[in-house]
Ligand binder design. Structure first.
Ligand code: ADP
Length: 411
C-alpha cells in the first residue's frame, strides 16, 4: 500500500523557526522520496542562508529564558516530549521507513532508543555538577560552575533520522542550550515530526529550530554565525572536514562523528554460529548503512572456510523487500541512487581484482535501489572496499594467519 503522507498528523512539510511552521522565502521546495518505490512522498522547503540566519536568531532570543529555567523544569518538558514520542512511535516508524527504506521493525526499534536519549539526558541535566579546586593562596576559593554554552547547531545524516536527531537535541536542551538543526535532505520528516512533538510537549518557541534545504549555505551559517557556540555533526568525513574548518575560523567548538572502515576479527577458536550471528547483526543492520558497521571481516586461516560457508548460507536466506512489508524484511533498499551506485562499484571493483562471490553480487530483482546482500571472499587491500566505507549490504572476507597480522590489517 503506498504511503499516504496526508494521513499522518505529525508529518510536517514545513520548516520550524521560532515556533512557526514556515516555507522558504523563495517558495521553493525539494522532494522527499521513498527509496523503496522511488515515489515522491512530499516536499520540504528549500531554504538557504537567510532562513538559517533567522533560525539562529530565534535560538539566540530563546536562549536566556531557557537557560534560566532549572534543569528539573527543562527535564519535565523533555520527558513530556519523550512520552509523546512513545505515544506516536508507530507513526514515527512509518514515516522513517517511508523516507529511508528501513525495515519497519528496525524503525520502531530506533524510535524507542532515540527516545531513550531524551530520557537519559533529561536526567543527566540534573547532574551537571561543578568542581571545587584547592587553591594555592589562603584568601582564594576556586569553584567551577558549568554554564550553558549558548546556541548550538546540528547537522544530521539520513541513516538514523530519528536517533541521530534526538541524540543531538537532547544533550543541548537538557544543558540549557538552544539549537538549530539541519536534517539530511533524504529524511527531513523524521526531524520535523520530532520538532512537532516537542512543540506539543510544551517546548518554548525558538528553543529548537529545524531548517531544511540547501546544505552548503545553511551549513555555512551554522558554522560561522557569531551566536553559535557549538556545532555537532554526524556524516561523511569529507563534509566533516569542511565543517570543522569553517568552525575553526570562527572558534566554534566542533563535535564530529564521521565515517570509518571497521574491521571484525574472528580467530580460529571462535564459535562459528555465534560469529555468524554477530557479523550479520553488525554488517547488515539498516542494510549495511550504519557508521559503526563492520566493513572488513578478517578471518583466521583455520576458521575461514567453515565461517564462509555458514555465513553465506545465512546471507543468501535474508529477505529483501520494502521496509513496510509486514512479513519480516531483513534488507531494505539503499537510500538513493548514489548509495546504490557505490555498492555496485565496490562489488564490481572487488570482483575485477580477484574476489569470489559467495552470495549475492548483483542488483536485486526488485530493481531501483535494491542490491542483493552480498558476501565476497578473497578480499584484498587493493580493492576499493578496503579503503572506502561501502555503506551497503556487502561483506568482504579477508584471510589472516597471525594475530599480529590481523591487528596490523585492522588498524
Ligand atoms: P552522506 O554521504 O551519508 O549523505 P553527508 O556528510 O554528505 O553524508 O551528509 C550528512 C549531512 O551533512 C546531511 O545533512 C547533508 O545535507 C549535510 N551536508 C552535506 N554537505 C554539506 C555542507 N557543505 N555543509 C553543511 N552540511 C552539509
Amino acid at each position: 500500500m503506498p504511503f499516504d503522507a496526508a494521513s499522518y498528523e505529525i508529518l510536517k512539510s514545513e520548516a520550524f523557526i521560532g515556533g512557526q511552521w514556515v516555507g522558504a522565502d523563495s517558495g521553493e521546495t525539494q522532494d522527499v522520496f521513498n527509496p523503496a518505490s522511488g515515489e515522491t512522498i512530499g516536499t520540504v522547503p528549500f531554504m538557504g542562508a537567510a532562513e538559517a540566519t533567522r533560525a539562529v536568531e530565534a535560538a539566540q532570543a530563546a536562549f536566556p529564558s531557557w537557560k534560566a529555567m532549572t534543569p528539573h523544569e527543562r527535564a519535565d518538558i523533555l520527558m513530556a516530549w519523550h512520552d509523546l514520542i512513545h505515544d506516536y512511535k508507530q507513526e514515527l516508524a512509518d514515516i522513517m521507513t517511508a523516507e529511508c527504506g528501513k525495515p519497519l521493525d528496525q524503525s520502531l526499534g530506533e524510535v524507542v532508543y532515540g527516545a531513550s536519549f531524551i530520557k537519559w539526558f533529561a536526567e543527566e541535566g540534573k547532574r551537571v555538577y561543578g568542581d571545587t579546586i584547592p587553591a594555592k593562596q589562603r584568601d582564594r576559593r576556586l569553584i567551577v560552575t558549568k554554564e550553558a554554552a549558548g546556541v548550538t547547531s546540528a547537522i544530521t545524516p539520513w541513516n538514523f533520522p530519528n536517533a541521530c536527531v534526538t541524540r543531538k537535541i537532547a544533550p543541548a536542551l537538557a544543558a540549557g542550550c538552544t539549537q538549530v538543526l539541519k536534517p539530511a535532505p533524504d529524511t527531513p520528516y523524521s526531524a520535523t515530526a520530532l520538532a512537532y512533538l516537542a512543540q506539543k510537549a510544551g517546548l518554548p518557541d525558538g528553543v529548537l529550530n529545524v531548517v531544511t534545504g540547501d546544505a552548503a549555505p545553511i551549513g555555512k551559517v551554522l558554522t560561522s554565525h557569531e551566536a553559535i557556540r557549538v556545532m555537532t555533526f554526524t556524516g561523511s568525513t569529507g563534509v566533516g572536514k569542511i565543517l570543522a574548518e569553517q568552525c575553526g575560523r570562527h572558534i566554534i567548538k566542533a563535535s564530529l562523528e564521521l565515517g570509518g572502515n571497521a574491521p571484525f576479527i574472528i580467530f580460529d577458536d571462535a564459535d562459528v554460529e555465534d560469529a555468524v550471528s554477530e557479523v550479520i547483526a553488525s554488517k547488515f543492520r539498516n542494510s549495511g548503512q550504519t557508521c559503526v558497521c563492520a566493513n572488513r571481516i578478517l578471518l583466521q586461516d583455520g576458521i575461514f572456510d567453515r565461517f564462509a560457508e555458514a555465513f553465506s548460507a545465512r546471507v543468501s536466506a535474508m529477505k529483501v523487500g520494502h521496509g513496510d512489508d509486514q512479513h519480516g524484511v531483513d534488507i531494505g533498499p539503499l537510500i538513493n541512487k548514489a548509495g546504490y551506485d557505490k555498492v555496485a562499484r565496490h562489488v564490481d571493483d572487488a570482483v575485477s581484482k580477484g574476489a569470489k562471490v559467495l552470495a549475492g553480487g548483483s542488483p536485486h530483482e526488485l530493481g531501483g535501489n535494491f542490491y542483493q546482500p552480498t558476501v565476497l571472499s578473497d578480499a584484498s587491500k587493493e580493492m576499493q572496499l578496503a579503503h572506502e566505507e561501502t555503506f551497503g549490504p556487502v561483506a568482504a572476507l579477508y584471510r589472516f594467519a597471525t594475530e599480529e597480522e590481523a591487528i596490523m590489517t585492522a588498524n
